[in-house]
Write a protein that binds this ligand. Structure first.
Ligand code: ARG
Length: 599
C-alpha cells in the first residue's frame, strides 16, 4: 500500500534506493521500477541489498544478473560503496565505504538528529489517542493508548508531519444521568455536605470525586437498588441532553474534575496532552442530526426494529445475517459510532486531515472497520484520506489474565506509577547508596516511569503483554533502565574527558570493527523512524535504540577512548560517543522516556 503522507528523508537507504532505481531505468527497466533496497539479511552480504532487479528482469524477460550488473554500473556508487557484488539470482549486495560512513557521521546533527521540516503544503495527520471515558477513572487500557499514541505523535512530528492530537474523551451518554443525580443527592444530603457556601460545596465535591471509581460504584449501587433514583437519573439524562442549565453546570463540574485526574496522569507520564487537544464526544452533539441527514441523503439509512441503521454488504454476523451499524436508537438517542462518524466528518472536512490514526484497543476492531466503511460510503472520508485503526492488545498480569488488583478490582494508574517509583527507588538506592536522597528520588522517578512506558512501547502493540515489574526494571536487556544507564555511561565518559558533548566535535575515522558497527547502527536511525511513522510500530524504535546501546557498550569495551594511542583516535572516538549520546537522547525523547546524566 502506498502511503502518500510518508515523506522520504535522506537516509542512506533512501539515497541508495533513489540512485539504484534511476540506474535500473537507465539500464532499460520501465520508469518507476523500484530498487527495493533493504538492510542485508545476513552478515557477510554487506550492509544493504537491492532486490529490485529480479522482478524487473522477469517482467522484461531479461537475465536478472545482467540487469543487476548493468544497473550497478550505471549507478556509479563509488562515493558511497566500497564493495558491491551480484549474488544469487540477481541480488545486489552493497558494503558502504568507511569514508561514506565517516562523512555521514560528520553531518549527523543535520541528517540524523534534526527533525525534518514540515513540508509547507502538508495536510495534517490526526492522532486519536488516550481518549478515556470521564465517567470513570482512567484505567490501564487507556495507559497503552496514551503511551503508544504519544510516542507516535512525536515520531510523526519529528519525521516532518503536521500532527493534530485529538483526545476523544467520552463525556456524554446515559451514565452521566446517574452520576449527576448522585452528585445532586450528595449536595443536598446534610449528613454528607451540610449547609455550605457555594465554594465550600465545591471543595466537598472535589473530596467526593477524589476517587471517581468509588464514586461511580456508589452511584451505580444507588441506581440498581432504588427505582425512584433510577427514574430521576433517566430524567436527568433527558434534561441534560435538552440543555438544562442546571444539569449542564453540574455536568461541567464533574467533567472538569475528572479531566484534571487525567491531566495529573499525563503530567506524571510526561505525555504532551492538554485541554487544547481535547475534542470530546459532546463537542459533536450538534453535528449528529446532520450526520443522520447526510446518511439519509446518501441512501444508506435503513429502519430496523425502530432504530436507524446502516447495513453494508461486507459486514455479516452469525449465520450470514447482515450486521447493522446502529446510528440512532428508537428513542432518538445516538451511539458511539454516530459520534465517531461525526468526528471523521470534522477531521476530514474542518481539519483537512490526510491521515487519521486511532490508537484504541483491539476489541474495537469491528467498530472501526464498520465506521470507516460507512464514512467512505457517505463521503465523510474522501478516498485519499487514510483511516487506520492501530489496535493494541491487553495488558496482562503475571498470571496471564487481564491486569487487576489482587481483589480483582481495577488498578488505579496513580497507584501503579507510585509503585513503579518506589521499586525504582529501592533499586537506585542499592546501586548508588552514595547519592543523596533527593537525587536518588529524581533518578527513581525517571527510571520508574520510564520502565512502565518502555515495557509497553517495546512490545509489538498488537500482542497482549505481561506487565512484570522485575523484567521491566531490569538493568539488563531491552529495558528503559538499560538504555538510560547506557546514556549515563556516555555522559560519564564526557565528564571524565572534561568536554561538553553538546559543543564537542572532531573528525571521525573508523578503524576497529566495533566502531564501524556502532556507526552503521547510528546512521540507520532515520530508516527506523520512517518505518515507525508509516506503520505505527514504536517497538522498532525501541529495539533500534537497544541495538545502538549494545553496539556502544561493545565499542566502549574494545576501543579505549581516554587512553587511546593518539589524540586523533581519542577525539574520533569521543566524536563517535557524542553521536551515540545524541541518538539516545533523541530516540528516548521521541518515545517520551526521560534520561538522567548520572545513575
Ligand atoms: N472512549 C473510548 C473508550 O474508552 C475510546 C475512544 C477512542 N477513540 C475514538 N475515536 N473512538 O473505549
Amino acid at each position: 500500500m502506498a502511503i502518500p503522507s510518508v515523506r522520504k528523508g535522506s537516509s542512506l537507504k533512501d539515497r541508495l534506493e533513489a540512485r539504484l532505481a534511476a540506474a535500473l531505468v537507465a539500464a532499460g527497466a520501465p520508469e518507476g521500477t523500484p530498487a527495493i533496497v533493504q538492510p542485508a539479511t545476513r552478515a557477510g552480504f554487506g550492509d544493504y541489498q537491492a532486490n529490485g532487479a529480479m522482478g524487473a528482469a522477469k517482467r522484461m524477460q531479461r537475465n536478472p544478473r545482467e540487469l543487476a550488473q548493468a544497473a550497478l554500473a550505471a549507478a556509479a556508487l563509488d562515493d558511497m560503496v566500497s564493495h558491491a557484488e551480484i549474488a544469487g539470482p540477481g541480488f545486489i549486495n552493497l558494503t558502504l565505504s568507511d569514508a561514506c560512513l565517516a562523512a555521514e557521521l560528520e553531518a549527523f546533527a543535520a541528517n540524523v538528529i534534526a527533525p525534518q521540516p514540515v513540508t509547507e503544503a502538508a495536510a495534517p495527520v490526526v492522532v486519536d489517542y488516550s481518549s478515556p471515558n470521564l465517567a470513570k477513572e482512567m484505567h490501564v487500557g487507556h495507559l497503552r493508548s496514551t503511551i503508544i499514541g504519544d510516542a507516535m505523535a512525536r515520531v510523526l512530528e519529528h519525521t516532518g508531519h503536521a500532527v493534530l492530537r485529538q483526545n476523544h474523551v467520552g463525556d456524554w451518554g446515559t451514565q452521566f444521568g446517574m452520576l449527576l443525580t448522585f452528585m445532586a443527592e450528595l449536595a443536598s444530603d446534610p449528613d454528607k455536605v451540610p449547609d455550605k457556601q457555594p465554594d465550600e460545596h465545591k471543595v466537598a465535591l472535589e473530596h467526593e470525586l477524589a476517587d471517581i471509581e468509588t464514586f461511580y460504584r456508589n452511584a451505580k449501587e444507588r441506581f440498581d437498588a432504588d427505582a425512584a433514583f433510577a427514574q430521576r437519573a433517566r430524567d436527568t439524562v433527558v434534561r441534560l441532553q435538552a440543555g438544562d442549565a442546571d444539569c449542564l453546570a453540574r455536568w461541567q463540574q464533574f467533567i472538569d474534575i475528572s479531566m484534571r485526574h487525567c491531566e495529573a496522569v499525563y503530567s506524571r507520564l510526561g505525555v504532551g496532552l492538554d485541554r487544547s487537544h481535547v475534542h470530546a464526544e459532546s463537542a459533536y452533539n450538534d453535528d449528529l442530526p446532520a450526520v443522520v441527514d447526510d446518511l439519509e441523503a446518501a441512501g444508506l439509512l435503513v429502519e430496523s426494529e425502530g432504530a436507524r441503521c446502516v447495513f453494508l454488504d461486507e459486514f455479516k454476523g452469525k449465520d450470514d445475517q447482515p450486521l447493522p451499524l446502529i446510528i440512532q436508537k428508537r428513542d432518538g438517542g445516538y451511539l458511539y459510532a454516530t459520534t465517531d462518524l461525526a468526528a471523521i466528518r470534522y477531521r476530514c472536512g474542518q481539519l483537512g486531515a490526510e491521515r487519521i490514526l486511532y490508537f484504541v484497543d483491539n476489541r474495537q476492531t469491528l467498530h472501526f472497520r464498520q465506521v470507516f466503511a460507512v464514512a467512505r460510503a457517505a463521503g465523510f472520508a474522501p478516498a485519499h484520506v487514510e483511516l487506520e485503526h492501530m489496535p493494541f492488545g491487553t495488558m496482562l498480569g503475571e498470571d496471564g489474565r487481564p491486569f487487576r488488583t489482587r481483589a480483582g478490582g481495577v488498578i488505579r494508574l496513580t497507584d501503579l506509577l507510585d509503585e513503579a517509583e518506589e521499586r525504582a527507588f529501592a533499586l537506585v538506592s542499592e546501586k548508588n547508596p552514595e547519592l543523596d536522597e533527593t537525587e536518588r528520588r529524581e533518578i527513581a522517578r525517571v527510571v520508574g516511569i520510564g520502565a512502565v512506558k518502555y515495557a509497553d512501547l517495546s512490545k509489538h502493540r498488537n500482542s497482549d503483554y505481561v506487565f512484570a515489574w522485575d523484567s521491566m526494571l531490569s538493568f539488563d536487556g531491552n529495558t528503559a533502565p538499560y538504555l538510560q544507564y547506557a546514556y549515563s555511561r556516555v555522559q560519564s565518559l564526557f565528564r571524565r574527558a572534561e568536554v561538553d558533548p553538546a559543543a564537542f566535535d572532531a573528525p571521525i575515522s573508523l578503524q576497529a570493527e566495533a566502531e564501524r558497527t556502532l556507526a552503521l547502527q547510528l546512521l540507520r536511525l532515520p530508516e527506523t523512524l520512517a518505518t515507525v511513522a508509516r506503520d505505527g510500530v514504536p517497538h522498532l524504535l525501541c529495539s533500534h535504540l537497544f541495538d545502538i546501546a549494545v553496539a556502544f557498550m561493545a565499542f566502549y569495551e574494545q576501543c579505549p577512548v581516554l587512553s587511546a594511542a593518539d589524540t586523533a583516535t581519542r577525539e574520533s572516538r569521543l566524536a563517535l560517543a557524542q553521536r551515540t549520546s545524541a541518538a539516545l537522547h533523541t530516540g528516548l525523547g521521541l518515545l517520551g522516556i526521560g534520561i538522567v546524566e548520572r545513575m
